[in-house]
Ligand binder design. Structure first.
Ligand code: IMP
Length: 190
């Protein structure tokens, strides 16, 4: 089986590729010669995942899946959430986003948060979604160099380390995207 993973994010591709069985060949957006920015204009994480999958199917004709992820912080009423990628502004990077989040939290002692990933699969004319959640807390400062995005400031529950201090395999086992991908794979192989 051949399936497009609608992402340009090499880190995501690497995470997902290690989980998918070998007989499912993943194609990236580059593989289907899609070099444009796919619209993500919906008000929810689920809406954005569906929008991306539908966009690729409609414009490129491939069955595909897309993911959208947000970091939801309890005392910030679920922010940055669907705005996680552009929390500090549309031209900002992950460093800026983490800096803003640490500033907004200040010395607040409730630092509970969760990562949420929704994967939308467009297959044989049907759209299905799979959700993965990883609960944890926001560290008071950055630690570690692995991973990407907010990984250096997110400590999953049960760990005294951030996502950026653990291996890709370990993150996949307990992480939001890994949990959503496991459901996706189950759906694909049954
Ligand atoms: P998107 O799913 O690519 O739209 O990601 C939204 C934002 O969350 C971006 O700023 C990503 O860097 C960040 N992000 C997505 N997945 C992860 C993750 O697994 N760890 C840390 N940050 C992530």
């Amino acid at each position: 089986m051949q399936l497009v993973f609608a992402t340009n994010n090499r880190n995501k591709l690497k995470e997902v590729q290690t989980l998918v069985p070998k007989h499912i060949k993943l194609l990236s957006l580059a593989d289907i010669l899609c070099n444009e920015d796919i619209p993500e204009t919906q008000p929810t994480i689920e809406g954005n995942a569906k929008q991306k999958a539908e966009y690729v199917k409609t414009n490129y004709g491939y069955d595909c899946f897309a993911d959208d992820t947000g970091l939801e912080v309890d005392v910030l009423n679920g922010e940055p959430g669907v705005f996680s990628a552009r929390y500090a502004g549309s031209k900002c990077n992950s460093e800026d986003n983490m800096k803003k989040l640490l500033f907004e939290l200040g010395d607040n002692t409730n630092r509970d948060a969760q990562f949420k990933t929704v994967i939308a699969l467009h297959l044989n004319g049907k759209l299905s979604t799979f959700t993965g959640i990883c609960k944890g807390e926001i560290a008071t400062e950055k630690h570690g160099v692995e991973g990407f995005g907010y990984d250096p400031i997110f400590k999953p529950n049960g760990y005294d380390k951030t996502f950026a201090e653990i291996s890709l395999e370990e993150k996949n086992k307990i992480g939001h995207r890994g949990k959503a991908v496991v459901q996706l794979i189950k759906f694909l192989i049954t």
